[in-house]
Design a protein. Sequence first.
Length: 439
Amino acid sequence: MILQEKIQAQLPEWRERIKKLAKDHSEVKVAEVNIGQIVGGMRDIKSLLTDVSFVDPAEGIRFRGMSIPEVLKSLSKGRGNKMPLVGGLYYLLMIGEVPTREQALEVEAEWAKRSELPDYVYKMLKAMPKDTHPMILFTQAVMALARDSAFTKKYHEGMKKDAYWEPALEDSMNLTAKLPVIAAFIYRYKYFGEKKKPRYNPKLDYGANFSKMMGVSDRKGYAELARLYFILHSDHESGNVSAHATHLVGSSLADIYYAFSAGMCGLAGPLHGLANQECLGWLLDVHKKFGGVPSRDDLYKFAWDTLNSGKVIPGYGHAVLRVPDPRFTAQMEFAKKHFPQDELIRLADMVFDVVPAVLKEQGKAKNPAPNVDAISGTLQYYYGVREFDFYTVLFGVGRALGVTANYVWARALGQPLERPKSLTTKMLEDIVARSAEPA
Ligand code: HAX
């Protein structure tokens, strides 16, 4: 398999670099930790290692060193005006190089071969009560697949540590291949009562298959949106909840199915992947209240009313970013290209104009600019995917691409069990008291 050969070729150099850092420079100080960070959710503590992506506070995410516009431009070479293949992005995340068209297609072909979902997964999903949240179904399906993990099987056969990454990659390819099928089945079954198994067509790519299996009319190009959406949601360095949970559980040498389902449990939280549905809900509230796109003054007042009622404005602000999220910009550009007259898009654009100023006036949010969630639900809504609680599942399919790349490399580079140290409140108070003593 192409990804396997490429990683194999790169491994000696990467292993040497990590070995040198750990052996020769382990005492070199990187940063200090203060009490604010310990009490404040470990914010900004520099303690994770990944080469797959990096969030630059002033610029946004970079996948393997490339900004979002660079990724979209270079991966879509040879595709006319079309969005890049998701297989090309996976190659970039895994290998760190822009693939040729053939290499991207090889990844796509691997996915097609591995896309079949075992019967027991369908049976399990169908046995659940109809009102089960789609993220519960999604996570259950992923976890059930652990039964067939190549990693776990080889581990119990006594595989050597150096070889961990190979079945980890095998599992990751199988998992990412099956996720669009799982998601589409949940969608058709839960909301439309359809019991038939989605069919993955090997002649189509990941995005087109997803669009077809979802049963969304592709007249207006849902496959293009699917490609863009999965690419943009794939990775956001390794400290966010879904990536970090996946990494942490993986560090115990649990297989990727266990590790990724842990990540998905985190994605299901309102401060993480659930935000996109809340953003769309807020936009629809505005739209409903004013019977369409309001005036700027009315919107300004509505935004202040939201803040004054003690709520946040969903889709705005970020824990790390300090500029408009380039993933927001890419989606807004997509919408303006494909459906500029859509009322919700015009409204989202006006919100982008008005809300940052309101948040600046309020003076609390460190970043008054939009994040990825400010618009992603709106695009789904346009194409008729209007079941809000399903949006986090879509995020999960995309997020798998980044976290599995991280998982494979973590095993390849022998990353150890993650185990930060805890302190008690009294210990922190004592540290404060000591620091106040005259030197
Ligand atoms: N509206 C109102 N107040 C906001 C705000 C917003 N959009 N964003 C931040 N603030 C407030 C915070 O609530 C906080 O107030 P308190 O001091 O009273 O607690 C203050 O500004 C400082 O917060 P911050 O340091 O700027 O932001 P955090 O790192 O604490 O939080 C969040 C980052 C994204 C959670 C935050 O900006 C927020 O709640 N935004 C709205 C929800 C949202 O869009 N979430 C999606 C995030 C993207 C993502 O990861 N998706 O998966």
